[in-house]
Structures are given as structure tokens and as C-alpha cells.
Design a protein around this ligand. Structure first.
Ligand code: DX5
Ligand code: ZN
Length: 223
């Protein structure tokens, strides 16, 4: 059993008209983080939410807010997202002009800094900043939409990221995002991920949000 396992519900799949209520249900069931997907309609085709919604989410929960920035120009908005109440900001390596500087700015504001990679980006790209990060997020679908199917090659990519982190930054978290459900959960934890981000499996499952979180945690811990 991995004591470091964290379940991070992705609110993209929640009912936004009942967001506070659904986050409270997730928190009561033992969710460890709330994952927030910010999309700009440019880096990814979809548009989701911005700092004003994060401010409201901040008021509704004491859980850390793990904010995933799918933006073409994340540098323009780092302060705004920090002020909105985010605890961690994860930026895409594909868009950053000066990734080291962006990560440092996030850390200087007192937040945890993460780097993420889409499925076609080589994992080895993290090597240049591996010691400057608090988490690596391996995308197991192409960023942009919830409810997509888990990409099989992600397992090898997680293993690769895990061994790089074990060597160079063992304290850092390794997160996985996209298509995480009762079937994929144990496979990604065995490959070395310790943060499991899940939207549809939690908010649009057959059972209550709380029951889905408990089931996902159990599945992730099974070998
Ligand atoms: C996709 C987002 C994910 C998404 C996951 O771009 O980053 O966080 O909400 O959704 P599911 O778990 O439904 O695949
Ligand atoms: Zn995400």
C-alpha cells in the first residue's frame, strides 16, 4: 500500500451548478486534492474556467487546489492564479519559453510548481528542470477534454518518469491525468504514479461521488 497515494478529483466533470456541494462530498470521502483544469481555447480547443471560479472553489474547501494550466501563455497569468487561491500550478512544457524561470516564479509566490507533458512529448524533456519541480504530471490523454480513453503508452511513460524522479528528485510527486478509472488506477500506481486525477470516474460514475472516490482508492491500492 502506498501511503503517499493521493486522489485528486477533477472538477471539470462536476455539475457546475452544484460545485460547492460536490466538492464537499469529495472532501468528506477523503479526496486529497481538488484538480482544476484551466483551458484557454488556444493551447487546447476547449475553454473552461479562470481565477474567479477558483476563488469561489477556494472558499468552499480546505483541500489544496491543484491547478492545471492549459494555456498558450501561462506566464501572463501566474500571479492571477496564485492570488485566486491555487496551492500548486502545473504548466505545460510544450509552451514555456523559459521553463526554469516560470517554475521559479511559481515557487517564489509560495506555491508548488509542476510540469506536465502531453502524450507526444518525450519524457526526457523534464531532465532540464527535474530538480526545480514539486511534481510531474504525465498526461494519459491529449489535454483538452475530460472523458477520453486512457492511452496505453502512458504506462511506460510513467515508469520512465518514476525512474528519473527516483534518481534525481525522489520527493517530487508523480501525477497522471486522463482516463483514470477502476481499471487503469492500479496499473498507473504500479507504474509509479502517486497522484491519480480523475474526472468522469468520480463525478459521472454510477454511484455517489463519495463511493466512487473510495472505490478508486481501493482499486489503486490493489496489486
Ligand atoms: C484533460 C484534463 C483532465 C480531465 C480528466 O485535459 O486535464 O484533468 O478532467 O478527465 P477524465 O478523468 O474524465 O479523463
Ligand atoms: Zn487536468
Amino acid at each position: 500500500m502506498n501511503a503517499n497515494l493521493k486522489i485528486a478529483p477533477s472538477i471539470l466533470a462536476a455539475d457546475f451548478a452544484r460545485l460547492g456541494e460536490q466538492i464537499a462530498e469529495a472532501e468528506a470521502a477523503g479526496a486529497d486534492l481538488i484538480h482544476v483544469d484551466v483551458m484557454d481555447g488556444h493551447f487546447v480547443p476547449n475553454i473552461t474556467i479562470g481565477p474567479v471560479v477558483i476563488e469561489a472553489v477556494r472558499r468552499s474547501t480546505s483541500l489544496p487546489l491543484d491547478v492545471h494550466l492549459m494555456l498558450s501563455e501561462p506566464d501572463r497569468y501566474l500571479e492571477a492564479f496564485a492570488k485566486s487561491g491555487a496551492d500548486a500550478l502545473t504548466i505545460h512544457i510544450e509552451v514555456c519559453q523559459n521553463i526554469r524561470q516560470s517554475l521559479q516564479r511559481i515557487r517564489d509566490m509560495g506555491l508548488r510548481a509542476g510540469i506536465t507533458l502531453n502524450p507526444d512529448t518525450p519524457i526526457t524533456d523534464i531532465s532540464e528542470v527535474i530538480t526545480d519541480i514539486d511534481q510531474v504530471l504525465v498526461m494519459s490523454v491529449n489535454a483538452g477534454f475530460g472523458g477520453q480513453t486512457f492511452i496505453e503508452q502512458s504506462i511506460t511513460r510513467i515508469e520512465q518518469a518514476r525512474s528519473m524522479l527516483d534518481r534525481e528528485n525522489p520527493q517530487a510527486n508523480l501525477a497522471v491525468d486522463g482516463g483514470i478509472n477502476l481499471t487503469t488506477a492500479s496499473r498507473v500506481t504500479q507504474a509509479g504514479a502517486n497522484i491519480l486525477i480523475a474526472g468522469h470516474a468520480i463525478f459521472q460514475g454510477e454511484n455517489s461521488i463519495g463511493a466512487e472516490i473510495l472505490a478508486l482508492r481501493k482499486a489503486a491500492q490493489s496489486t
